[in-house]
Design a protein around this ligand. Structure first.
Ligand code: NAD
Ligand code: MG
Length: 409
């Protein structure tokens, strides 16, 4: 029998199974019981949803980041007579299921800096890591990429743009035998973004935009943090940093292109003038299925792209006046490693404050810039230093919000 037709069953841990990416991952996994088995599911506080997922998927472990929620989940499993799933708690539990010997593949889909330590644990254990948690690369790209080298982990991008870029890369690049982008004939990367829900809102109305308006993305259905990041275009800034680390290149080789339809998910230009693009409906199950089965292809449940109905594809240059977060992210790359971690930390606090209606939409870049100016630039050579930098930047952002911006809105 051809070995390709008889894949062994992959044991999978889904970090962040109750989120938007987590739920899409379970949907794809459930379509292929012959290929995938769920070893562990994890969540922060959503006991109701993870309980339903346990009933459906019967993982060996469930981890709740929050200790009290872990206790509640244990009681509810007991009450339901479920003894096949063991409950663990806290970051320790996340690290244990990310690095467990029997696990082949880890979907890193926790949102924000909380994903860094478990994602690093999966990388250090040499797993096939499907990376949705872009914040961990933004915070500690140098350490994560070094750990990939050391452990022999396989890092596959889930972010739709980076997954598209990966798919458009030369075959040798995909198998890790490449000599670098220039030697492989790649001239530049075209990183596309929709421009979010506020692309055409008059500038003088931006300050009045609400969290619900920011989260109503025209094309993608996502968690609230990344939805706000899309509205400020900080998401594209974080993705620029993510692309630099993943594809070992600099921002001078990456053009950000606004493409409102989100049909092209990104492009790669070669030095003979060829531009390769990956297209598809805006549904995260495509990159998830691609990475789960790589280098094979499996069904994802995503409908065929109706190119006739799509009819037109538009492109524009990004508007740096409307989206100051894009400038801040680009400057942070130039400043160096700790600036990227600080950018990410201040953004997380600012976005949460906006979602909690404590600041206005237009305060988000003001807070980030304030924190970037106030924090020292260091070379964070260990995970502990990155975490300390993260902690201090978050505190500074919170103090600034409480002091100077309290009456805003
Ligand atoms: P989400 O808010 O829908 O889900 C987040 C998940 O992380 C949940 O399972 C939640 O329980 C868990 N979580 C939250 N805080 C936690 C903590 N402190 N400790 C442990 N677990 C915690 O987010 P999402 O939209 O699924 O995004 C997840 C990641 O994927 C983000 O990094 C995002 O940038 C990235 N991403 C998402 C999309 C998308 O379409 N949703 C696309 C590209 C990249
Ligand atoms: Mg993306």
């Amino acid at each position: 029998m051809n070995i390709d037709s008889a894949p062994s069953v992959q044991q999978i841990t889904v970090l962040g199974s109750t989120g938007s990416i987590g739920v899409s991952t379970l949907d794809v996994v459930a379509r292929h019981p012959d290929r995938f088995s769920l070893y562990a599911l994890t969540a922060n506080t959503r006991v109701d949803l993870i309980l339903a997922q346990i009933k459906t998927y019967q993982p060996r472990y469930a981890v709740m980041r929050d200790e009290q929620c872990a206790e509640q989940l244990s009681q509810q499993l007991k009450a339901a007579g479920i003894t096949t799933t063991e409950v663990m708690a806290g970051e320790q539990g996340l690290v244990a299921v990310a690095g467990a010997d029997v696990v082949d593949t880890v979907m890193a889909a926790i949102v924000g800096s909380a994903g860094l330590v478990p994602t690093m644990a999966a990388v250090e254990a040499g797993k096939k890591v499907l990376l949705a948690n872009k914040e961990s690369l933004v915070m500690a790209g140098h350490l994560l990429m070094q750990a990939v080298e050391r452990s022999g982990a396989t890092l596959l991008p889930i972010d739709s743009e980076h997954n598209a870029i990966f798919q458009c890369m030369p075959a040798r690049y995909q198998t890790g035998e490449n000599l670098g982008l220039a030697a492989e004939g790649v001239r530049k990367i075209l990183l596309t973004g929709s421009g979010g829900p506020f692309r055409q809102v008059p500038l003088d109305q931006l300050a009045a935009m609400t969290p619900d308006q920011a989260c109503a993305h025209p094309n993608w259905d996502m968690g609230r943090k990344i939805s706000v990041d899309s509205a400020t275009m900080m998401n594209k800034g974080l993705e620029l940093i993510e692309a630099c680390w993943l594809f070992d290149t600099g921002p001078e080789n990456i053009d950000i292109v606004v493409h409102p339809q989100s049909v092209i998910h990104s492009m790669v230009e070669y030095n003979d003038g060829s531009v390769l693009a990956q297209l598809g409906n805006p549904d995260m199950r495509t990159p998830i299925a691609h990475a789960l089965a790589f280098p094979q292809r499996i069904a994802s449940g995503v409908a065929s792209l109706d190119i006739i109905a799509t009819a037109r594809l538009d492109f524009e240059a990004p508007d740096y006046q409307r989206f100051p977060c894009l400038r801040l992210a680009t400057e942070a790359i130039k400043t160096g490693a700790s600036a990227m971690a600080v950018l990410n930390a201040a953004n997380e606090i600012a976005v949460q404050a906006f979602l909690d209606k404590r600041i206005r939409f237009t305060d988000i870049p003001v807070i980030i810039e304030h924190v970037l100016m106030a924090m020292p630039v260091i070379e964070p050579s260990t995970l502990e230093l990155v975490q300390r930098q993260n902690f201090e930047a978050r505190q500074l952002a919170a103090t600034f919000i409480e002091g100077d911006l309290k009456v805003a809105g």
